[in-house]
Design a protein around this ligand. Structure first.
Ligand SMILES: [Zn+2]
Length: 139
């Protein structure tokens, strides 16, 4: 019998480590440029808007809206088969950046473009690392 493949896990590096450490503390961290003031996600060495390296980490409130989504019925790898159907979404956070994630804790058929969501944290088996995702916001 084939060995069951685990879900991919993040490998924090010097640029992404503050993001992943924040997730483990329940903080959704992102970078904002000190030069042009724009937010960016995911973390990088330089600003994608103006190439400045004067970036600072900030903590997002964790609220946003679904910009687009797809309901996944065929798992890309065996580790995701038990999750199907599940939602892969692009979410626009209120702080001004886009985040790709899963929409958890709801029926995939209820997800809509424009739906309010909030960041939540998924713990995957066999690791201490939490993975930021979203769930419907009930406000
Ligand atoms: Zn900039």
């Amino acid at each position: 019998m084939a060995e069951v493949q685990a879900k991919p896990m993040p490998v924090p590096d010097s640029i992404s480590r503050p993001y992943w450490e924040g997730a483990n503390q329940g903080e959704f961290r992102f970078q904002r440029c000190r030069t042009c003031g724009k937010a960016q996600f995911y973390s990088r060495y330089a600003c994608v808007h103006c190439q400045s390296t004067e970036l600072q980490w900030q903590v997002a409130e964790g609220l946003g809206r679904v910009a687009s989504f797809s309901v996944i019925h065929r798992a890309p790898i065996a580790a995701f088969m038990a999750d199907t159907p599940y939602v892969l979404a692009l979410v626009d956070l209120d702080e001004g950046f886009r985040f790709m994630c899963n929409v958890l804790n709801c029926d995939p058929a209820t997800v809509k473009i424009g739906m309010r969501v909030r960041v939540c944290y998924e713990t995957r088996p066999g690791t201490e690392q939490k993975v930021p995702q979203v769930e419907p916001a009930t406000s």
